[in-house]
Design a protein around this ligand. Structure first.
Ligand code: HEM
Length: 431
């Protein structure tokens, strides 16, 4: 649980889902938002309420996003996921009434603000991106998952834990690459994400709806789910142990994260049909090892541990946690534009830039991905010149950081208790 009373936007309500003493779940996050957002059991976009109930199944982006978000403010999700004007043009059909309360969000979307200006430029640029580029992402994701399965089969036939565990490496890269696909309209590659103990259905809430929209704030479940073990928010309430010993125990937390997510989910909800992908890895080992149950169980646990450790290490060091990045408790920049506030909480890594496989395998191209999550990473590659032009127009400096700075920075951030004022001046930066 995030203990801190600190808020970067004191005029906002403290999130309802953090007020209970019970375990935070994706459901409690949504239920809390339904209380906080003033959407009156409908969907809220800016200050208007809409009813999409009859249209959910016709949504080109799939029914899940709208079904799960009913009763909440979806302004940021709506703005970020639609680059074309098609969605905006449809809105009047579903209008019900004006909302009664001001938005409980720190962010704005002014027409002449950074995000909307960038979105218009990207809209103009998109037709010049070849339609086939997405195939590159598909090929990369499929190849790495196929490699993992072949290694698993070989390891199981040879009864070699070493080869079997080695399969955990491409498997993890495939799981991370699958993240590209669960941000998009429904497609079966999102199930690559579920080959370990994870569930893309839960991550559509914890990652797409929570983390992507409110990065590094108390509304970000990817901050809350590591607490109290890893506490990145700069608050004096952090214990000495959490500040200074996390370097030692973080690898243990990383290794257990997938088990914790899987076990908690199965205990709460039981086994559901869409969890079947969780059983592909043990199924392959079982058959290829000639039904050796003990070997299967041991190797399965080992592979999940490898995947959990690598995934969590990359996830926590890739883009969000270093003292130069905004975390709730810091003083935010005055301009509340959603895009600008995202830039303060996200960074790219120098070594990853320019390589699509590395981008897909390690949460690369993270800034543009945060701003336009439904665009394939292979498309994002083509949008950098436009992004840089708009950054220059708004006098925003967003420089890639060496990976080592971020790896160190993550632990410096875990130790940090003093708020900083954003945007940082060049001389204040540690890069
Ligand atoms: C929870 C909020 C929503 C999310 C997360 C979301 C997400 C998405 C995604 C991922 C796509 C596929 C984009 C692609 O293939 O490139 C999409 C497409 C689309 N959505 Fe939504 N959507 C949301 C709400 C809405 C609403 C409220 C409307 C209309 C009233 C709408 C209308 C459309 C339309 C027309 C498309 C196809 C054109 C386009 O990609 O812009 N969506 N949406």
């Amino acid at each position: 649980m995030v203990q801190t009373k600190l808020r970067s936007w004191p005029e906002l309500k403290d999130p309802e889902y953090l007020k209970t003493n019970s375990f935070v779940t994706v459901e409690s996050w949504i239920e809390g938002k339904q209380v906080d957002d003033g959407a009156e059991k409908l969907w809220r976009i800016h200050d208007k309420l809409y009813d999409f109930t009859e249209w959910i199944q016709k949504h080109p982006g799939g029914e899940t996003f709208l079904r799960v978000s009913k009763g909440t403010d979806i302004t940021e999700l709506f703005e970020a996921h639609h680059v074309s004007v098609a969605a905006e043009n449809l809105l009047p059909r579903f209008y019900v009434r004006e909302a009664q309360t001001p938005r409980n969000s720190p962010y704005t979307f002014k027409d002449d603000g950074f995000f909307r200006v960038l979105k218009r430029k990207i809209r103009e640029e998109l037709p010049s991106v070849p339609k086939t580029v997405r195939l590159k992402s598909v090929l990369i994701a499929d190849s790495v998952v196929a490699t993992a399965l072949v290694l698993l089969v070989i390891g199981s036939i040879m009864k070699s834990y070493l080869v079997g565990l080695a399969a955990g490496v491409p498997l993890t890269l495939g799981v991370i690459a699958a993240h590209n696909f669960f941000h998009q309209k429904p497609n079966w590659r999102r199930f690559y994400f579920d080959l370990t103990f994870l569930s893309h259905r839960e991550w559509i809430v914890s990652h797409v709806m929570s983390h992507h929209i409110y990065p590094n704030t108390k509304m970000d479940l990817e901050i809350v789910m590591f607490s109290p073990f890893l506490q990145w928010l700069p608050t004096p309430e952090k214990s000495w142990i959490s500040r200074h010993l996390s370097l030692i125990y973080a690898p243990v937390v990383y290794g257990f994260l997938f088990f914790a997510q899987g076990i908690v989910r199965f205990l709460r909800k039981g086994f559901q049909s869409h969890d079947l992908a969780n059983l592909v890895v043990p199924g392959v080992i079982l058959v290829a090892s000639s039904w050796d149950i003990m070997f299967t169980l041991k190797l399965w646990v080992g592979v999940i541990w490898v995947a959990s450790s690598i995934f969590s290490f990359i996830g926590t060091t890739a883009a969000h946690h270093a003292p130069d990045l905004f975390h709730e408790g810091d003083v935010p920049r005055e301009d509340r534009d959603w895009g600008l506030q995202q830039l303060d909480a996200v960074v790219d890594r120098k070594e990853i830039s320019g390589s699509l496989p590395l981008t897909l395998f390690t949460f690369g191209d993270h800034t543009l991905h945060h701003l336009f999550p439904a665009l394939d990473h292979a498309v994002l590659e083509h949008l950098h010149p436009t992004f840089e032009k708009v950054c220059a127009q708004f006098n925003v400096h967003h420089e890639a950081t060496p990976y080592w700075t971020l790896i160190k920075g993550q632990f410096q951030q875990l130790a940090r208790t003093t708020p900083r004022v954003f945007p940082l001046k060049a001389a204040e930066k540690q890069r």
